[in-house]
Design a protein around this ligand. Structure first.
Ligand code: ADP
Length: 191
């Protein structure tokens, strides 16, 4: 079983690359952002709870996010492996994921971290706002907040995996194909 954590700041290209990795390695793709957005669309209780946090560019509380992620994993008992996109985003989430996967006798295989500089991120997110319809993409102040939240709460998660010798940093600037190739190399380089 191979379980990949795809990591990087907002706008790093996680969604695009996750789809490619999912196909290539026959994984189940779990994007916490997508799951929250579909709950908002569907008007569920979870969606109502998540919306105010997301619109402001803040993180949804750990307890809620962890519970949701675990139930998504449990709903796919036949999966050959997962790609976690947008999770874990805090150290608490990373620890919860470790113990959850351990209880299923599996583990995170590696974290693939896409690196992209701040200026490039802002340009990409504002461009995405033209088509995504996402409130959190449209306002430069909210984008700044998401990048700030990333630096403060999420970036330390990379150190968590570095300590476990599971962190692989991949240059996230270039063409989509180039970046995919770099990611495949990083995956195949593993043991
Ligand atoms: P991006 O990576 O571009 O910020 P996502 O779709 O991954 O977009 O996330 C959008 C929003 O969803 C985040 O700003 C946050 O509010 C919420 N979210 C997604 N994943 C998590 C998570 N693991 N923990 C808490 N909040 C999350």
């Amino acid at each position: 079983m191979i379980n990949l954590v795809l990591f990087g700041p907002p706008g790093a290209g996680k969604g695009t690359q996750a789809e490619r990795l999912t196909e290539k390695y026959n994984l189940v793709h779990l994007s916490t952002g997508d799951i929250f957005r579909s709950n908002i669309k569907g008007g569920t209780e979870l969606g109502k709870l998540a919306q105010s946090y997301m619109d402001a560019g803040n993180l949804v509380p750990d307890e809620v996010t962890i519970k949701m992620l675990e139930s998504e994993v449990d709903a796919r008992p036949d999966a050959g492996g997962f790609i976690f996109d947008g999770f874990p985003r805090t150290e608490t989430q990373a620890k919860a994921l470790d113990s959850f996967l351990n209880s299923k006798r599996t583990e995170v295989t590696m974290m693939l971290a896409l690196t992209v500089d701040d200026e490039e991120l802002k340009t990409r997110l504002l461009k995405r706002a033209e088509t995504s319809g996402r409130a959190d993409d449209a306002d430069p102040k909210i984008i700044e907040n998401r990048i700030a939240v990333y630096k403060k709460e999420t970036a330390p998660v990379a150190e968590y995996y570095r300590k476990q010798h599971k962190l692989k940093e991949v240059n996230g600037v270039g063409s989509v194909d180039e970046i995919s190739r770099r990611l495949y190399e990083a995956v195949e380089d593993h043991g």
